[in-house]
Write a new protein. Structure first.
Lengths: 235, 260
C-alpha cells in the first residue's frame, strides 16, 4: 500500500528524518506517534509529495511517487492547520475542490453531519478554528479514496463533533480503507488505532499493536507506556 | 493549469487591488489627455510612466500574491495536481489580470478620445505591448524571488531592490561605463547592455518607434540603425520573450524542488 524505504530529510542543519523504513498494509488504522518535532508531519508530507526527501523512496500502490501527481487521487488528506484562502466562501471552496478532484455527492451528507449549513455562505476568514476544522473534515472525507491521512484531526472540535468524527473514521475503516492518523490525544489513539508507529528523533522506535507496546514497556495503560518511552529516552 | 489560472484570475478580479490599479490607469490616461490635448504627446508622457511604474507594480503584485496565497497553494499541493501547473497557473493569473487592468485602464480613455482615427494608434499599441511584456517579465521575476525566500520581509526587500536596480541603478552604471570607456568603440557593447535590461530595452524600442532618437544622444545613430529595421524590432521582441521565458522556466524548476 504505502512503502517507505530509507527516508532521509534535513531542513537546514536540522535532521528531521533519519532513515525511516515503514510499510503500511492495506486496511486498518495506523497511528503515527512521537513527541513534538519528531518528524510525524514531515513523514506525512513526504508521502503527499509536499516535502521532497533528500534520500530514500516512497511507493504508493507499488508505484514511485517521484515526479508523479496522479497518485494523490487515491489519498484524502486532512492538514494539521486548516489554512484556507480567507476571501472564499465555504461553498465556493467545496465547489472548487470538487472541480479539481472530480464530482461527489458526499459533501451534502457531511455538511449535515457536522451542522455546517449556517456557515455555508460565510467567508472562510470569518470562521472559528473549530468550524474551519469541520470544513477541513468535509473536504477530506467527501471523496472516496482508499487512503486517508489525518494530521491531528481532533484539533478544536467540540465533544459532539469529536464523536461524529470517530463514527466517520470507524465507517471508513469498515469499508476497508487505510487510515493514517497523527495525534497527541492518547485516549483518542487508543480508541481508534489498530497499530501504532512511534517515532523518536527521526527514527522508528516502535511499530506494533498497543498491547505489544504495553508489554514492551511493562506498563498497565497506554498513556503511561508512551510516557515511559519518552522518559527513558530523556525527551 | 487552466483551472488554477481560472481560480487565481477570478480571485484577483474580485480583490480591490485590481480595481485600484485599473482606476489608476484610467485616471492617468484621462489626465494626460486633458493636459496634453494631443494624442501623440500623451503617448510620450505615458511611456515615461509605463516604463517605470509597470515593472514596479508587477513586482509588488507578484510578491504580494505569492505570499498571500500561501494557504491556497498548500491546499492545492495535496490535490492531484502537478506542481508546475499550480505555480504557472498562479503566475499567469497575476500577469494576465494585471495586463488586463493596464490595457483597459489606458485603452478606454484613449479610445474615447479618438485613438482609432489618429496616427498614434501604432505607437499606442506598441506602448501597450511593451507594457504587457514588462508585466509578464516583472511578475515572473517577483515569483522567482518569493519562491526562493520564505521570509516575507526579505522577499519584499529583494524584489524592490531588483526593481530599483533595473529601473535606475543599471542606467547609472551603464552611463558611467560608457563615459569611462569612451575612447573605445562602444556601439556593440551599448546595444548588448540595452538588451540585458528589459526596462532599457523597452524604453529604447519605444523612443525609436516614436522617432525621438535624438533623446538617445551619443549612441542614437547606432540604435536607430539597429532597432529601426525590422530585424532590430524582431531581435528586441525576441529578447523580451527570453526575459519572460527564463524566469518562467526557473519558476517551474524551483517549484519542483521546494518543500512546503
Amino acid at each position: 500500500m504505502v512503502e517507505i524505504t530509507n527516508l532521509y530529510k534535513k531542513f537546514g542543519k536540522n535532521e528531521v528524518l533519519n532513515g525511516i523504513d515503514l510499510s503500511i498494509k492495506e486496511g486498518g488504522i495506523f497511528a503515527v506517534l512521537g513527541p513534538n518535532g519528531s518528524g510525524k508531519t514531515t513523514i506525512i508530507k513526504t508521502i503527499l509529495g509536499m516535502v521532497i526527501p533528500d534520500k530514500g523512496s516512497i511507493k504508493v500502490f507499488d508505484s514511485s511517487i517521484k515526479n508523479n501527481s496522479d497518485y494523490r487521487h487515491k489519498i484524502d488528506y486532512l492538514p494539521q492547520i486548516a489554512n484556507f484562502p480567507s476571501n472564499l466562501k465555504v461553498n465556493e471552496l467545496i465547489r472548487m475542490i470538487k472541480d479539481l478532484r472530480g464530482a461527489t455527492n458526499e459533501d451534502q451528507k457531511l455538511i449535515e453531519t457536522f451542522k455546517l449549513q449556517p456557515f455555508i455562505n460565510k467567508k472562510l476568514g470569518t470562521l472559528s478554528g473549530g468550524t474551519k476544522q469541520k470544513v477541513n473534515i468535509v473536504l477530506t472525507f467527501m471523496f472516496n479514496s482508499p487512503i486517508i491521512i489525518l494530521d491531528e484531526p481532533t484539533t478544536g472540535l467540540d465533544p459532539i463533533s469529536l464523536i461524529r468524527l470517530k463514527e466517520l473514521i470507524a465507517a471508513e475503516k469498515a469499508k476497508g480503507k487505510t487510515i493514517l492518523i497523527t495525534s497527541h490525544i492518547m485516549s483518542f489513539v487508543e480508541e481508534v488505532a489498530n497499530e501504532i508507529v512511534f517515532i523518536l528523533e527521526g527514527k522508528i522506535y516502535f511499530k506494533g499493536s498497543i498491547e505489544e507496546l504495553k508489554a514492551k514497556t511493562k506498563q498497565q495503560d497506554f498513556e503511561h507506556a508512551i510516557a515511559n518511552i519518552l522518559t527513558e529516552n530523556h525527551v | 493549469m487552466f483551472k488554477i489560472l481560472k481560480y487565481s484570475f477570478f480571485d484577483l478580479m474580485r480583490s480591490s487591488w485590481s480595481y485600484v490599479y485599473f482606476g489608476f490607469y484610467l485616471l492617468l490616461g484621462i489626465v494626460l489627455l486633458f493636459l496634453n490635448n494631443d494624442l501623440s504627446k500623451a503617448v510620450i508622457t505615458l511611456m515615461n510612466v509605463i516604463i517605470v511604474l509597470v515593472p514596479l507594480i508587477g513586482t509588488i503584485f507578484g510578491v504580494m500574491y505569492y505570499y498571500n496565497s500561501k494557504e491556497f497553494t498548500e491546499l492545492l499541493l495535496a490535490q492531484p495536481l502537478k506542481r508546475s501547473s499550480i505555480f504557472l497557473g498562479q503566475y499567469l493569473g497575476v500577469a494576465i489580470s494585471l495586463s488586463m487592468s493596464l490595457i483597459l485602464g489606458l485603452g478606454l480613455p484613449f479610445i474615447a478620445y479618438g485613438l482609432f482615427k489618429s496616427n498614434a494608434i501604432w505607437d499606442f499599441s506598441l506602448l501597450l505591448i511593451v507594457g504587457v511584456f514588462l508585466t509578464f517579465i516583472f511578475s515572473a521575476l517577483a515569483f522567482n524571488i518569493a519562491l526562493s525566500n520564505e521570509n516575507k520581509i526579505k522577499g519584499f526587500g529583494y524584489a524592490i531592490l531588483m526593481w530599483l536596480f533595473l529601473a535606475i541603478i543599471y542606467d547609472g552604471l551603464f552611463l558611467m561605463s560608457l563615459i569611462l570607456f569612451e575612447d573605445y568603440p562602444l556601439d556593440k557593447v551599448s546595444l548588448i547592455g540595452t538588451m540585458l535590461n528589459p526596462i532599457d530595452l523597452s524604453r529604447t524600442l519605444i523612443l525609436l518607434k516614436l522617432d525621438i532618437s535624438a533623446l538617445l544622444g551619443y549612441t542614437g545613430a547606432v540604435f536607430k540603425q539597429f532597432f529601426g529595421t525590422s530585424f532590430g524590432l524582431i531581435v528586441s521582441f525576441l529578447a523580451l520573450a527570453v526575459w519572460v521565458g527564463l524566469p518562467v522556466l526557473r519558476i517551474t524548476y524551483k517549484s519542483i524542488k521546494k518543500d512546503f
